[in-house]
Design a protein around this ligand. Sequence first.
Ligand SMILES: Cc1ncc(COP(=O)(O)O)c(C=O)c1O
Ligand SMILES: [Zn+2]
Length: 421
Amino acid sequence: MTVPHDNVLGMKCVLCGAEYRMDEHPYVCPRHGNEGILDVVYDYDYIRKRFSREALAQDRTPSIWRYLPLLPVADSAAIPPLPVGWTPLYPAHRLREQLGLRDLWIKDDGRNPTASFKDRASAVGVARARELGRPIMTAASTGNAASSLAGIAASVGMTTYIFVPETAPQAKIAQLLIFGANVIMVRGTYDQAFDLCLEASARYGWYSRNTAYNPYLSEGKKTASLEICEQLGWDAPDRIFVSVGDGCIIGGLWKGLRDLRALGWIERMPKLMGVQAEGSAVLYNAWKAGTEEITPIVPTTLADSISVGIPRDRIKALRAVRETGGEYITVSDEEILDAMRVLARSAAVFGEPAGVAAFAGLRKMLAEGRINPDEKIVVLVTGNGLKDVASAIKATGKPHLIDPTVGDLEALMRSLGHAAG
Ligand SMILES: Cc1ncc(COP(=O)(O)O)c(C=O)c1O
Ligand SMILES: [Zn+2]
């Protein structure tokens, strides 16, 4: 089944620049094995004639699909019904006061239907599969991409086969199971699950939602940038902080910003600030060394969603930071747990460890005196804290436990320094 995509000129390989028609190769540029990530090239003249900021202002669609003319989906019947995206951007007043930042905003993507940013990509992936008439999808994931695919596929009755490492937190596994995915748990790392999933996709003909392999996922992820700029009245932020594992989110954010620059809808390019866990800092290392080549590692961080030893979207992720004048930053697990507490207690946004790593990065830069208090800063929270309650409890300690007697209550209150009134 072929649907004409009049807004798309074609696909371009990020490694060699080769250009293809949209229907020519389903995934990567065939010249580089699985590495030749393609980028969707839009016809901005065509889009500009049919889409405007004024039209958007009148549009009440509360989801990523308000940006349909900037997405690689032509058949609106293929769009899944779950409302994905259009998540809130909070003016975090208490945090602003505490941190001394006048223009700080928190975008809470834990408020997506399956509680993570990844719904943006899965929604576009599922829509593309439906346009292509592909009934079965597969993904390998540290957890969120998988649970999000499973949920969105469930909303349209699509079958999924999901590969996850044994170490994925229970809540994410529970989501997969409850959404009815076929869950294949791999005794190994995320990186091994990823390679096995690619093999399975080729062998059984399942449509792949693997990061940096399926080129349409970045397009879903870019919608967060479109939203941020629209929610700020098209006055783009100075910096956007985001946590980075494979690098697909940050690459997607950059794509959205480039779209807006090409359309002339924003006047400046925000600096993209990629935050990695110290134990999983492959892209940080490459950025620091000034290369696009990576040195794989065995990752060690409690932030499971960014625990990645071989970042698959390295090219887009490194260029996103370099070409916007941003930076890569690393944070320790301790700093991540600390950020989890502060964000929850001062802004009531409960993020999972990878979800708050971006905030930890901002706090670190602030402590180093490297942020001007007048800057307009957006911190993206990419996953909800209920996905990993074990880490939340690690960040906070246990509740008080007493017998149900007034005597015990009074003893506790005395120990806490509260006298009865
Ligand atoms: C909550 C959360 N934050 C951040 C990321 C990092 O995204 P990427 O791997 O595209 O860099 C992920 C990816 O799984 C995630 O689930
Ligand atoms: Zn190529």
